[in-house]
Ligand binder design. Structure first.
Ligand code: G16
Length: 537
């Protein structure tokens, strides 16, 4: 390691003295102006991680659903997964080392992780459309370069596209070509084959209105449009030319507020969906003829995909273990009724992904619309073989649909573009309207709220974040509040991406869910050091 060069470059990206940040659920997130040193150091870390794994590592500059003024960075591991937890710790140590400790911290990480410094290193970079992202990604380049690593800067890409590139590169093209064109071609080919099999194929156009949260999704969808079949007409809204990123729009806004985004005019029964700021989440919605808004969130997406996969697997007489991950009580019931076992894990795609890897087919979606489907290598090989060699026509056809789905799904991480195409294909193949899909089950009325606190870490949880262990008395208070309402549940947890505590409440009516969420938020405010004025109903 050239420590002189390191010192010189690090001085160009000084750490504000005393500032400490933590590598959380989705990497580092903070106000953009606090992140220059973090970016430089994550460039350093990516180079080390690459040497330690002998693979290309990804660095994505984004703060996803956070406000435009924020930014963030996350590292992508060799097969497109989130960074390994042991390296999350190194990331936090490196980001928080004071200037004079940087060299020592790097040396310690190299020792602990047995990094061979003679090895070549390679890093892929991507960034979202935030005004601060370009400059911050240059800081990553400085970090990568000073350690003598090669890099390829993809510039503006969605987060899942960067995950995809990393996986393609490290599987030497087996997963696909590590180019945007390769991504568009692979997905659109699989989608086209599925759409052509649908009963309504050739009977006119399917329209879909997409709110792109004024983010990167708009750019990438426009690039992809020429590759998509003419039967599917996508209409892009909130493309970032007029309004701020994530402001009153996007998947997070629609899910939390349970109302349409600004900037998208909806007519009754029109199919609409929202991406989030870096296009790794998606939620669907529509208004009925009486003008009521209906949200179809990640839980219902998981249900649609799981039930469809279950039917196909039964047709090819494969008894693979199919699993889904859930929160809303009604979703668990409907999946279990359809013989799809359900598991609950902590919030954060990395936890869900890890769990889903335990099964032949694992479907995971967070209620916020972040999710994907994983197929084990064995399951994938059997399906591909059946699609090629099966003698029974019906079975062969079902295997081909499964094969197309495997190619259409971005298995590295939740991907709004890929998920949207999967959903559109399933709806077309099943001839389902949004209203029919929505009617699979009725969600328990629920409400999500957030409370500002001085230190969100005062809340510690257990049982997949369903019970609060600290601060003392909080869980008892929640238990007492829950008893006041019928069919109710309530959970609190510290956010992994913002300085807030999140509250989720379910009850028999929307009024009761709202009231319970409010009462729990007051309990959090009083017992966990709330900041500012107490939450208002
Ligand atoms: C990130 C993670 C998601 C997680 C979300 C939770 O999403 O990737 O798995 O659900 O954070 O954030 P919080 O803990 O603040 O609710 P994203 O889309 O912001 O990268």
């Amino acid at each position: 390691m050239d420590f002189e060069a390191l010192k010189k470059y690090s001085a160009l990206h000084p750490k504000p003295a005393g500032l400490t940040l933590q590598y959380g659920t989705a990497g580092f997130r903070s106000k953009a102006e606090q992140l220059d040193h973090v970016m430089f150091r994550m460039g350093l870390l990516a180079a080390l991680r690459s040497r330690a794994t002998g693979s290309t590592i990804g660095v994505m500059v984004t703060a996803s659903h956070n406000p435009e003024e924020d930014n963030g960075v996350k590292l992508v591991d060799p097969l497109g997964e989130m960074l390994h937890p042991s390296w999350e710790e190194y990331a936090t140590q490196l980001a928080n080392a004071e200037e004079q400790e940087l060299q020592k911290t790097l040396t310690e990480i190299c020792q602990k992780a047995a990094v061979n410094q003679q090895k070549d290193a390679s890093v892929f970079l991507g960034r979202d459309t935030r005004p601060s992202s370009k400059k911050l990604s240059q800081a990553v380049v400085d970090g990568v370069s000073v350690l003598g690593s090669q890099y390829h800067d993809y510039g503006l890409v969605t987060t899942p596209q960067l995950h995809y590139m990393v996986c393609c590169q490290n599987t030497r093209g087996q997963y696909g070509k590590p180019t945007l064109e390769g991504y568009y071609q692979k997905l659109s080919k699989a989608f086209m084959e599925l759409i052509n099999k649908s009963p309504g194929s050739g009977e006119g156009q399917r329209h879909l209105k997409i709110d792109c949260a004024n983010g990167i999704g708009a750019l990438k969808l426009s690039e992809m449009q020429p590759y998509l079949p003419k039967e599917v007409l996508i209409h892009i809204y909130n493309d970032g030319t007029k309004e701020k990123l994530n402001h009153l729009c996007g998947a997070d806004f629609v899910k939390v507020h349970q109302k349409p985004p600004k900037g998208l005019d909806m007519k009754p029964n029109e199919r609409c969906c929202s991406f989030d700021g870096d296009a790794d989440r998606i939620v669907y919605y529509y208004t009925d003829t009486a003008g009521h808004f209906h949200l179809i969130d990640g839980d219902k997406i998981a249900t649609l995909i799981s039930i469809f996969l279950k039917e196909l697997l039964a047709k090819v007489t494969l008894t693979y273990e199919l699993n889904a991950h859930a929160l809303n009580g009604e979703k668990c019931k409907i999946l279990e009724k359809n013989c799809v076992p359900v598991h609950c894990v902590k919030t954060g795609v990395k936890h869900l992904h890890h769990k889903a890897q335990e099964f032949d087919v694992g479907v995971y979606f967070e209620a916020n619309g972040h999710g994907t489907v994983l197929f084990s290598k064995a399951a994938e090989n059997t399906i591909r073989q059946l699609a090629k060699e099966e003698k029974d026509d019906a079975k062969k056809e079902a295997a081909k649909v499964l094969e197309n789905l495997i190619d259409l799904i971005n298995q590295t991480v939740g991907d709004a573009i890929s998920d949207m195409l999967v959903i559109e294909a399933i709806l077309a193949l099943k001839g389902l309207t949004l209203h029919q899909w929505d009617a699979f089950y009725t969600d328990f009325p629920n409400r999500l709220l957030k409370v500002q606190v001085a230190d969100r870490q005062v809340i510690e949880t257990t049982d997949a974040e369903r019970r609060a262990v600290t601060p003392p008395g909080l869980q008892e208070k929640i238990d007492a509040l829950v008893k006041k309402y019928k069919f109710s549940r309530a959970f609190v947890r510290p956010s992994g991406t913002e300085d807030v505590v999140r509250i989720y409440a379910e009850a028999d009516t929307q009024e009761n869910a709202d009231a319970l969420a409010h009462e729990v938020s007051l309990a959090v405010y009083h017992l966990a050091g709330g900041r500012g004025a107490p939450p208002q109903p």
